[in-house]
Write a protein that binds this ligand. Structure first.
Ligand code: HEM
Length: 231
């Protein structure tokens, strides 16, 4: 079996999909509520008042988390560079939609009682940082900098997947203490993002990008000019 087809290469994508499961299901439940004519309550009023931003956020984040996981399977990426490029373009749109709609909701939604005011600037920083990482990842690959592309895309994805890690940081608190709110919730949310970024930086340093001999150009190179055509 070649290294490009070992089941090990699927460990990371499968782990990332599993980490996405809870926020993806929560998003599907919220969209079902929005589209099913649910009764307005204190808990859902802000979502029902701005359904478009919620739809954009949930659809963008769902595609970004699930499809994005498969960009991290190295053998698959090498064997199917066309897939990596096409999926990558869709993921850029979905990632930017998820991050910018998150920023929009942070700025425009009434803050629920469980959220301390400190969560607002923190969400803004991570939302803008996620969009910034994606833009830097695109800029890097346009100048054929594969290592820079890999690093910035991984950081953007790490911030996006903070939603999944936040489920894990909240879980022990919920089991031992109950629903977190105020400063504990701020710290548990922050921990999800910081943990993901720390693991990403560790992984990037542990396995530096392999030097690439050539990155396929999106456009075919111009044909060489024949000697007799010159002059
Ligand atoms: C890309 C991965 C992400 C996923 C899977 C995700 C998932 C979700 C889901 C399912 C909701 C609805 C929550 C509910 O129904 O109670 C939501 C709301 C929200 N998300 Fe995200 N999100 C992601 C990224 C982000 C980022 C990076 C930000 C930062 C700006 C963000 C900010 C928000 C805000 C402000 C809300 C509304 C919270 C509220 O008012 O209670 N999200 N997200």
């Amino acid at each position: 079996m070649t290294s490009s087809s070992t089941p090990r290469q699927w460990l990371v994508p499968v782990g990332l999909v599993l980490l996405s499961v809870v926020p993806v299901l929560a998003g599907a439940a919220r969209v079902t509520e929005l589209t099913g004519g649910a009764e307005v309550t204190a808990d859902n009023a802000r979502f029902l008042a701005s359904p478009v931003s919620v739809l954009v956020h949930v659809v963008g984040a769902t595609v970004y988390c699930l499809l994005g996981a498969f960009q991290f399977a190295p053998g698959f990426r090498r064997r199917r560079p066309g897939w990596h490029r096409v999926a990558g373009r869709l993921l850029v749109l979905c990632g930017l939609a998820a991050a910018l709609s998150g920023v929009w909701m942070t700025l425009s939604f009434a803050r629920p009682p469980v959220d301390d005011v400190l969560l607002t600037p923190i969400r803004l920083v991570f939302g803008v940082a996620m969009a910034g990482c994606i833009v830097l990842g695109v800029a890097a690959i346009r100048r054929r900098d594969a290592a820079g592309h890999r690093a910035w895309m991984a950081r953007g994805y790490a911030i996006g997947l903070g939603a999944g890690t936040q489920v894990l940081t909240h879980l022990p608190w919920m089991l031992l203490v109950g629903q977190p709110s105020g400063h504990p919730r701020v710290l548990l949310m922050l921990a999800g993002w910081v943990l993901n970024l720390a693991v990403t930086e560790w992984a990037l340093r542990r396995r530096p990008a392999k030097p690439v001999r050539s990155i396929p150009s999106p456009r075919p190179p111009a044909p060489p000019v024949a000697a007799e055509q010159v002059g």
